[in-house]
Ligand binder design. Structure first.
Ligand code: NDP
Length: 326
């Protein structure tokens, strides 16, 4: 038996409770893992509170990220004792996830824990960090360099945004951080490397189809009218990496930025990102994130504290990353 956070559904309401689970209840998979840490993402928050339709069947153990050591493996790529990291692939949505002391998973979904990275650090990065790296890589691939001009990050004090600010600053970009919580999080964002802080309210004003050109690149975690504003303000040939919908999934824009300014809108998905790209992103994250990142923007909680944090993250009240010790 082992401890797990289990989501059940009663009268269409999601109920989260901690209970003892038998190993035989775990779903099928090639690798059994002794989970050390999981992490809390926006998506986990939606799943645990039931505010979003994330969970595809009940009962479900949430947790789209986990790290731990292999206890049993029927796949040649993984041996007992190997340290691994898992993010995405629908784990914590359609397959029991990381918020339990044990997990059984498909070997194809795993990535060996990079050298020089501890499990807890990997969860401080998690899906949010991996997504940030994929966004930054998308800007690099689109030809945005530190010399091209300033890069704007929206939802900057969130999990994805805070890592994006850090990574871009480490790579030498000038970063403008857009936040709705500048008084509380402005100093942290500056410590992470933002050269200036901009109020989110400025990005919520109605956008004209084209506005003054301000940004060579953008990482958008918010969507909706904030992304509309970003698009209208992109430089000629600028690129936007869009990964999130914290402000809404709509996008009330026009074709003008695309057809008159050659702007590129690149979608970014981390969930089904192929192994090679995923492994490279983890390697780069390990190289780029400074030791100070792990002290500044992360908080550790127990399984018992997760439900409360889940409520907070869906209300935009979490700063940086939350890791869960199993
Ligand atoms: P967080 O909740 O940690 O961060 C989101 C941030 O967005 C908040 O901190 C806040 O930043 C801002 N925000 C919150 N609510 C609103 C609002 N109503 N309007 C405008 N801004 C808002 O979430 P994550 O960083 O984990 O995820 C960010 C987004 O990216 C989510 O939508 C998530 O679903 C998505 N995502 C996508 C992935 C992919 O593979 N495509 C993977 C991971 C996440 P501030 O207070 O600074 O303004």
């Amino acid at each position: 038996m082992f401890k797990a956070l289990v989501l059940d559904q009663e009268e269409k309401k999601t109920i989260a409770g901690i209970r003892q689970v038998d190993e035989s209840e775990l779903p099928e998979g090639d690798v059994l893992i002794d989970v050390d840490y999981s992490s809390l993402n926006y998506k986990d928050g939606l799943a645990i509170t039931g505010k979003g339709r994330i969970v595809r069947q009940f009962p479900m153990v949430p947790g789209i990220d986990l790290t731990g050591r292999v206890l049993e493996s029927s796949d040649d790529r993984y041996q007992v004792g190997d340290a691994v990291v898992l993010t995405g692939w629908g784990v914590g949505e359609g397959h029991w996830g990381g918020m339990a002391e044990k997990a059984r998973l498909k070997a194809d979904w795993l990535v060996p824990l990079p050298e020089n990275l501890e499990g807890k650090q990997a969860m401080m990065i998690g899906t949010a960090g991996l997504t940030s790296m994929l966004c930054v890589q998308a800007l690099i691939d689109a030809g945005v360099t530190p010399e091209s001009g300033e890069v704007v990050v929206t939802g900057a004090s969130g999990g994805v945004g805070s890592v994006a600010v850090t990574l871009l600053a480490q790579l030498g970009y000038q970063v403008a951080a857009v936040t709705g919580r500048s008084e509380v999080n402005g100093p942290l964002l500056k410590e992470l490397g933002a050269s200036r802080i901009i109020e989110r309210s400025e990005f919520e004003e109605p956008a004209r189809p084209l506005e003054k050109q301000l940004w060579a690149g953008a990482v958008d975690t918010v969507g909706s009218k904030v992304l509309t504003k970003v698009l209208a303000q992109m430089d000629y040939n600028g690129a936007v990496a869009a990964c999130g919908l914290a402000g809404g999934f709509d996008l009330p824009t026009t074709v003008m930025p695309f057809i008159l300014r050659n702007v590129r809108l690149q979608g970014v998905d981390s969930v089904s990102c192929p192994f090679e790209k995923r492994q490279q992103a983890w390697k780069k994250l390990t190289e780029l994130l400074p030791a100070s990142y792990y002290q500044q923007a992360c908080r550790e909680v127990s399984l018992e504290e997760v439900a409360e944090c889940a409520e907070d993250i869906t209300n935009g009240q979490i700063t940086g990353r939350v890791v869960i010790k199993l």
